[in-house]
Write a protein that binds this ligand. Structure first.
Ligand SMILES: [Zn+2]
Length: 192
């Protein structure tokens, strides 16, 4: 950040009085520009025992498979975000959503909230951000072609829970070393 979005003045990274870390502070109007983590919502979508995956038509990780997910917009709830992303990326109408997993990615300032969901109908079609959408049997998940470590982690957890038919809410850790820069980002909706 170089310029203040309130007055256009130059911005400097410094620690405001009473704060415990450096912030972008405007030299002209004094506005403090806080930067906070972004929340990504998504869903593991099940239909007839299979899982819906989307092949990315956008960078980063063009051509890899992912679950529908993306950054929250202002004015929507976490569940609404997951529903919107599924609609946009896969033409999918989510039903029977249940919270499933929370994944903290503090090293890139993101939090993922993942639902399990069914579909109102099995009609899906790739949206502008997807090359194709497909239902995979869990045994056919293309592990080596998944887009992000966070997607691998949540699908691993799902596949471990699935034989028991019980899906308790999971707070999943994602090892930092698995995430190399861009590999972690959910590129569906570039950060504003
Ligand atoms: Zn300013």
């Amino acid at each position: 950040m170089n310029y203040c979005n309130q007055c256009g003045g130059p911005v400097q990274l410094r620690q405001p009085a009473g704060d415990d870390r450096p912030r972008h502070v405007c030299n002209r109007c004094g506005a403090i520009h806080y930067q906070n983590p972004k929340l990504v919502a998504g869903a593991i979508v099940e239909w007839d025992g299979k899982l819906l995956l989307c092949r990315r038509a956008i960078e980063p990780r063009y051509g890899t498979w992912t679950i529908p997910a993306g950054y929250m917009e202002n004015g929507e709830t976490v569940a609404e975000c997951a529903r919107r992303e599924a609609r946009e990326e896969a033409g999918a109408d989510l039903a029977a959503m249940a919270p499933y997993a929370l994944l903290d990615l503090p090293f890139i300032g993101q939090v993922y909230f993942i639902f399990r969901a069914g579909l109102a109908a099995p009609d899906v079609q790739p949206g502008a951000e997807s090359l194709e959408v497909r239902f995979f049997d869990p045994a056919e998940i293309p592990w080596s072609e998944l887009s992000f470590a966070v997607v691998r982690q949540v699908l691993r957890s799902y596949c471990a829970d699935r034989p028991h038919g019980i899906y308790p809410f999971r707070q999943l850790a994602v090892p930092h070393e698995e995430g190399e820069g861009q590999d972690w980002q959910c590129g569906g909706h570039p950060a504003g």
